[in-house]
Design a protein around this ligand. Structure first.
Ligand code: MLT
Length: 416
C-alpha cells in the first residue's frame, strides 16, 4: 500500500525567490555584517518611524487598565469589530465624504496585507485576475499560491494573470483595458509608484467593472496621504461602486500602526459574484463566513487604539505625522530632482518612484546605492517587470536621515 504523504501545495514552487522585502533585508544584513560601521539609512520597506500619537498611547493604556478589572475585561470580540470602532469609521472615513455604509459592511482586521492576500479565497479558482504592473506583490503571490496562474516567464510574469502596465506615458495610472476580467486589483494612492487616481479615472474603472461584471479590489491603505481634498479617498465616492468594489483601508500608515495592527475591509451588501450555475451570491456573506471561521477579531486594546485615531486629538496628532512624512517626500522630490533625477509620486503618497540612472538596472542601483551611499531603497523590478529601470524610495524616516540620504545619493549619482 502506498504510504500517505503530506503533498505540498505545489503552487508555492511557482513563486519567485523570496518575498521582496525579506530579500532586501537579507542583502542589507549581509552588507551591515561585512560593514558594521556603515550608517545605513533605510528608505526601503514602507515602515513608519514616528512614535505612536499620544492619544493612541493613552487609549492603549486605558484599555489595558480596563482589561485588568472585572467590569472592563473583554474576551473574544465581535467578529467584525466593536461597535465603537465601526461607528467611528463610518462617521469619519465615510460620512464626511458623503458616503453611507452600514456597520455590517465593515470587517475590522489585523492588516490590509492579510486582507488583500486573503480576499481571493472567496473567489473561484478559474477567475481571471487583472493586476497593474508594477504592483504590490501580495496581490500576485496570493493568487499564485491559490493556483490561479501558471509558471512565471523570464520577466517574472505569471501565465494566466493579466498585467496592465503602469508607465510614464499613462502617468502610472492605466485606464481599464479593452478586455474584461473577473477580479481587478487597484491601489490608490499607489504602492509602489505613488500615483493617485483622479475622480475621472476612478469613474472609468467603475464603469468598466460594471460593464464587465468585474469585482474591483480597491486598496486605499494610503488614502490619508492625499493632499488635495478634491481627489477621491474612497472608491465609494464614485456612483455605482457599491455594486462592483471591495475597499481596504489601514491604520498602519495613517496612524503608525505597522506594529500595532489594525485595518478594515468594506464589502457592500448587494455586491455579488456568481456560481457556476449563474446564481448571484453576496460577497459580504462569504467574507463574513470566512472571517468568522479563520479570524478571532482584533484585540479590544488595539481597537480602542484605532478608535482613538478618530478622537479630536487623535485626528490632529496623526494628521501631523502624515504631514511630517509628506514633508520628507517633498524634500526627496526636490532634493533629488535638483540633483538631476527624474522622479514621480510623492505628492499624494509617501512613495517616490524614480528612474534609475542611465544604464543601471533596478537591482543594480539597489546594490550600488547600498554599497556606495549606504542608503536602502526598493528596486522597481521587484514590483513587476514594468518596474525595471525604476526605484522606490519611502518617505518614512526621520528628517535627518532623509536629508542625509538626499545628500549622499546626490553626491554619488547626481548629474546636475
Ligand atoms: C511596502 O513597503 O510596500 C509596505 O511596507 C508594504 C506593506 O504595507 O505591506
Amino acid at each position: 500500500m502506498l504510504r500517505a504523504m503530506a503533498r505540498i501545495n505545489e503552487n508555492y514552487q511557482k513563486l519567485q525567490a523570496g518575498y521582496l522585502f525579506p530579500e532586501i533585508g537579507r542583502r542589507v544584513r549581509a552588507f551591515t555584517e561585512a560593514n558594521p560601521d556603515a550608517a545605513v539609512i533605510r528608505l526601503g520597506i514602507g515602515d513608519v518611524t514616528e512614535p505612536l500619537a499620544p492619544a493612541v498611547v493613552a487609549a492603549i493604556k486605558d484599555a489595558a487598565d480596563a482589561m485588568g478589572t472585572a467590569e472592563g475585561f473583554h474576551g473574544y470580540g465581535p467578529e467584525n469589530g466593536y461597535g465603537f470602532l465601526l461607528d467611528a469609521i463610518l462617521e469619519h472615513d465615510y460620512r464626511t465624504r458623503g458616503i453611507e455604509l452600514d456597520a455590517s459592511e465593515i470587517f475590522v482586521s489585523d492588516g490590509s496585507k492579510q486582507d488583500s492576500g486573503n480576499i481571493q479565497e472567496i473567489f473561484g479558482s478559474e477567475c481571471r485576475v487583472l493586476v497593474t504592473d508594477p504592483v504590490y506583490p501580495v496581490y500576485v503571490d496570493s493568487n499564485v499560491m491559490a493556483g490561479r496562474t501558471g509558471e512565471a516567464d523570464d520577466g517574472g510574469r505569471y501565465a494566466g494573470l493579466a498585467y496592465l502596465p503602469a508607465t510614464e506615458q499613462n502617468g502610472f495610472s492605466p485606464d481599464p483595458p479593452a478586455e474584461g476580467a473577473d477580479l481587478a486589483y487597484l491601489c490608490s494612492p499607489n504602492n509602489p509608484t505613488g500615483a493617485v487616481m483622479t475622480r475621472e479615472k476612478m469613474e472609468r474603472w467603475v464603469a468598466w467593472a460594471r460593464a464587465n461584471d468585474t469585482v474591483l479590489i480597491f486598496d486605499a491603505a494610503y488614502d490619508a496621504f492625499i493632499q488635495d481634498p478634491e481627489l477621491p479617498r474612497s472608491i465609494y465616492e464614485i456612483e455605482g461602486a457599491r455594486e462592483c468594489a471591495i475597499e481596504m483601508r489601514s491604520f498602519s500608515k495613517r496612524a503608525g500602526f505597522t506594529g500595532v495592527r489594525c485595518a478594515y475591509t468594506v464589502i457592500p451588501k448587494g455586491l455579488t459574484g456568481t456560481t457556476t450555475s449563474g446564481e448571484r451570491v453576496e460577497l459580504n456573506a462569504l467574507w463574513s463566513r470566512r472571517h468568522a471561521t479563520k479570524f478571532n477579531s482584533v484585540p479590544f486594546v488595539i481597537q480602542k487604539a484605532a478608535a482613538a485615531v478618530f478622537s479630536p486629538e487623535g485626528l490632529k496628532q496623526t494628521s501631523e505625522q502624515v504631514a511630517f512624512y509628506m514633508e520628507n517626500a517633498r524634500r526627496l522630490r526636490e532634493g533629488l530632482g535638483a540633483a538631476g533625477f527624474t522622479l514621480f509620486g510623492g505628492e499624494h503618497a509617501p512613495y517616490i518612484w524614480m528612474r534609475t540612472p542611465e544604464g543601471i538596472s533596478s537591482w543594480g542601483f539597489f546594490d550600488r546605492l547600498l554599497t556606495e551611499t549606504h542608503v536602502v531603497g526598493t528596486p522597481g523590478s521587484g514590483f513587476g517587470s514594468a518596474g525595471e529601470g525604476y526605484f522606490r524610495l519611502s518617505a518614512f524616516n526621520s528628517r535627518d536621515n532623509v536629508d542625509e540620504a538626499i545628500a549622499r545619493v546626490s553626491r554619488a549619482f547626481g548629474t546636475s
